[in-house]
Design a binder for this molecule. Structure first.
Ligand SMILES: [Zn+2]
Length: 95
């Protein structure tokens, strides 16, 4: 996937490897840098709760067939995860 370095050199680049760093005891920021100028771009934020849910989501997704109950669980987890990540972005994303 190609993105444009809007906040930096305005060049197009392929998204490089994501970098993760903890911004406090609980919250992890995942981001990438423009390879040309080093401008940082946020990808997403997770906390321990979000990571726990993500583990459950991955577990369910790795199954070849889900029961109705598991399908519902997966939807619930996914919704929760999106809500948590949206509120983390809200809280920590603006710099
Ligand atoms: Zn750049």
């Amino acid at each position: 996937m190609k993105v444009t370095c809007d906040d930096g050199c305005k060049k197009e680049f392929n998204i490089p490897n994501l970098i993760s760093s903890y911004i406090n005891d609980d919250v992890e920021r995942t981001f990438f840098r423009c390879p040309a100028c080093g401008q940082e771009y946020d990808s997403f934020y997770t906390n321990s709760q979000a990571r726990e849910i993500r583990t459950q989501v991955n577990k369910l997704r790795s199954k070849s067939k889900l029961s109705d109950k598991e399908e519902r669980k997966l939807r619930l987890y996914t919704d929760n995860l999106q809500a948590i990540m949206a509120s983390l972005r809200e809280e920590y994303g603006a710099r």
